[in-house]
Design a protein around this ligand. Structure first.
Ligand code: ARG
Length: 271
């Protein structure tokens, strides 16, 4: 029997969302994006969380930062401690101070402005025992030591090798934080990192290339309900078989920027 636990999330509406530059292979500025549909789809995701009993806090979007809807990249919060982000690309660097300001204004006492480049929950995944940390495209491996020292949790570096899966959260999702249960796409990782994942998570759900390509791993689980892109058919079936409730969400417009459910969702983990 799978148990959901109530979560607190931070999200940022796609009020200024567009695809106006290319910093990952999904982004094609010549392809049209429907901003009205993007906002509608995002609101559906927000309302789903609330209907499931979760709390959703809202970060005000800023003009000129079209990727700010991907709130997961703005900070990592573990045990109530906040490690800010430092973006790899100048197009997104303005998002980091906006996040820091939100945390400082909302009662978070321990907020660290990081020294090393890290794109927050884009590359950090929190399980019961570890923090998994992606590297290769965005976050610096130096950020792993910084996160380990700041959170006091062991950080396990994982090498990403496919530019389509440029953030860890495009290739791996935590399903049950209490049991160290994850799903991932092996093809996104180096051979050594695949061996590490197999050792840490021998019972992991392994995704196919097809499910990874619809960003099916960019999912959010509360321990029971797993919100994921609607077209990840294989994962939906495999999750149901494991006793989870897959909750399909259509974020077609945000997909054009290389993001989906998890990218829009930062988890505020209390102390
Ligand atoms: N266009 C954004 C970028 O390339 C998408 C970020 C997606 N966020 C995520 N957590 N994977 O930075």
């Amino acid at each position: 029997m799978r148990m959901a636990t109530p979560r607190r999330y931070l999200m940022c509406p796609p009020a200024h969302f567009r695809v106006s530059y290319t910093i990952n292979p999904w982004m094609d500025p010549s392809k049209p994006v429907d901003p009205v549909l993007a906002l509608f789809q995002w609101e559906e995701l927000r309302d789903r969380y609330r209907a499931l009993g979760h709390t959703v806090e809202i970060l005000d979007p800023l003009a000129g930062l079209p990727d700010m809807v991907f709130a997961a990249n703005g900070a990592t919060v573990v045990d109530g401690r906040v490690l800010g982000a430092r973006f790899a690309n100048p197009e997104r660097s303005g998002e980091a101070p906006a996040h820091l300001a939100w945390f400082r204004a909302n009662g978070f006492a321990e907020v660290r402005d990081p020294v090393h480049i890290n794109e927050a929950e884009g590359d950090f995944a929190v399980t019961a025992s570890w923090i998994l940390a992606g590297q290769g495209f965005r976050s610096s491996p130096l950020s792993h030591g910084e996160a380990q020292e700041f959170f006091g949790r062991p950080v396990i570096g994982l090498e990403l090798v496919d530019p389509h899966y440029y953030h860890l959260d495009t290739a791996l999702a935590v399903l049950d934080g209490a049991r160290d249960e994850v799903m991932y796409y092996p093809g996104a990782f180096s051979p050594g990192s695949r061996a590490v994942l197999a050792r840490l998570f021998p019972d992991a759900l392994l995704a196919t290339a097809e499910d990874a390509a619809v960003l099916g791993l960019n999912a959010v689980s509360d321990g029971r309900n797993v919100l994921l892109p609607h077209n990840a058919a294989g994962l939906r079936a495999a999750l149901a078989e494991r006793g989870f409730d897959p909750v399909p969400v259509d974020l077609s417009e945000l997909h054009k920027a290389g993001g989906s459910v998890k990218c829009c969702t930062m988890e505020l983990r209390a102390g």
